[in-house]
Design a protein around this ligand. Structure first.
Ligand SMILES: CC(C)(COP(=O)(O)OP(=O)(O)OC[C@H]1O[C@@H](n2cnc3c(N)ncnc32)[C@H](O)[C@@H]1OP(=O)(O)O)[C@@H](O)C(=O)NCCC(=O)NCCS
Length: 191
């Protein structure tokens, strides 16, 4: 569908799984997304401190085949994924050792690292990636999902029925902190 469609909220974005070779493009996209779309919620200093350690590429998600990409005319315009591993956030660059696997019977799957290009915000990319994540999470046998969401991400996840269960600050460099919310949702089928 053409990007000039006036029914932007009905666009269904074709998604593909991310490949290792996408990492450089993702490293370009993430700061663009953060600096524009998080600006109403965080100070410039907070965003700069979080870029890298908190907002960065997690190659483990790419290797696991749980990270989705939306493209427009060959350029990546959005990304996001889910995880069967313990980390709630953060790029892999600062991680020491392997990110341990979760148990689908006992643990909540994670939803991770959604970043949309500011020129393509609010056109349903986040929603399409989220729907793909939830489908894959259910197929993988998880019964609940845990998200540590930015204040910019909270409305997207709330629109999928996630509830805030905790608000806290992630400590970043220079004594700064980033307020986030932990959101959860049960994936058990209601009968
Ligand atoms: C959060 C983010 C991924 C949303 O992506 P998006 O493609 O713009 O979201 P969508 O267009 O799919 O929005 C789906 C729904 O989420 C909600 N939503 C998304 N952005 C919103 C906003 N800024 N304000 C209010 N509601 C919003 C709305 O209910 C929206 O539906 P609607 O447009 O029909 O009202 C994007 O804003 C982003 O990249 N932010 C910066 C990085 C970040 O903080 N990511 C979250 C990490 S946890």
């Amino acid at each position: 569908m053409s990007s000039s469609s006036t029914i932007t909220d009905q666009i269904t974005w074709p998604l593909r799984l991310a490949r290792e070779g996408d990492a450089a493009a993702l490293e370009t996209l993430i700061p663009l997304s953060v600096r524009a779309l998080q600006a109403p919620y965080y100070s410039q200093a907070q965003m700069e401190a979080a870029l890298g350690p908190v907002f960065g590429v997690d190659r483990q998600l790419i290797r696991d085949g749980t990270y989705f990409i939306a493209e427009q005319d060959g350029a990546i315009v959005g990304c996001g994924g889910w995880s069967r591993r313990r980390s709630h956030y953060g790029g892999d660059s600062g991680r020491e050792g392997e990110d341990g696997l979760l148990d689908p019977q006992r643990d909540a799957a994670r939803v991770r690292a959604f970043f949309v290009h500011p020129a393509w915000a609010r056109r349903g990319i986040g929603r399409n990636i989220m729907a793909a994540c939830e489908r894959a999470i259910i197929e993988s046998g998880f019964r609940s999902v845990d998200i540590v969401a930015t204040l910019a991400g909270e409305p997207l996840y709330a629109s999928f029925g996630y509830a805030v269960v905790e608000s806290y600050d992630i400590a970043t460099v220079n004594g700064l902190s980033l307020p986030v919310v932990r959101m959860t949702k049960s994936m058990e089928r209601r009968v």
